[in-house]
Ligand binder design. Structure first.
Ligand code: SF4
Length: 78
């Protein structure tokens, strides 16, 4: 499973990071990005940088996607 964020739509509320901090992180620009293996996918982010979701975190990522007020967390299944 992969996940990415459309930063253009992110409100910066941080809900995703609260739900699943291993995958989502708010950065200094006040916007959320995905992480893979602890590395922030912020260059350039968006659909160009999809993070592989670690085993066991799929449900949390799906929850974050469902709760995201910007509707900007996109999950893709392998
Ligand atoms: S939950 Fe959605 S809108 Fe909120 S910070 Fe995360 S990606 Fe952005």
């Amino acid at each position: 499973m992969k996940v990415w964020i459309d930063q253009d739509l992110c409100t910066g509320d941080g809900l995703c990071e609260e739900i699943c901090p291993d995958v989502f992180t708010l950065q200094d620009d006040g916007i959320a990005y995905v992480k893979q293996d602890g590395i922030v996918c912020d260059n350039p982010g968006g659909s160009a940088q999809k993070a592989q979701v670690p085993a066991g975190l799929e449900d949390a990522v799906k929850e974050a996607s469902g709760e995201c007020p910007g509707e900007c967390i996109f999950v893709e299944f392998d």
